[in-house]
Design a protein. Structure first.
Length: 117
């Protein structure tokens, strides 16, 4: 079992920055593919970014160049650095863990990010 706890959400003005953290329990964190997703009110959950156990990362087009995903395997933590935030980035952000990018087995409880215009 892996438990994921997100933190770092909040209210920020457009153009500002936030850094989300997702702390994972367990001893096998480095094995997992870690993803960030978000869900805005009235919309379906959407993919934001992914980090494989190595250094390879991939982003949704909507956040490419503004968001950076990183991970610290020694701390069992994955981060999402969000810059140049826009009102349309407002959503609940979730981190997820899986052994492959096709299936995430564990999800955090989510953290709210609100970007005011």
């Amino acid at each position: 079992q892996v438990q994921l706890v997100e933190s770092g959400g909040g209210l920020v003005q457009a153009g500002g920055s936030l850094r989300l953290s997702c702390a994972a329990s367990g001893h096998t964190f480095s094995m997992y593919v870690m993803g960030w997703f978000r869900q805005a009110p009235g919309k379906e959950r959407e993919f934001v970014a992914i980090s494989w156990s190595g250094s390879y990362t991939y982003y949704a087009d909507s956040v490419k160049g503004r968001f950076t995903i990183s991970r610290d395997n020694a701390k069992n933590t994955v981060y999402l650095e969000m810059n140049s935030l826009k009102p349309e980035d407002t959503a609940v952000y979730y981190c997820a863990a899986g052994l492959t990018e096709n299936e995430y087995d564990y999800w955090g409880q989510g953290t709210q990010v609100t970007v005011s215009s």
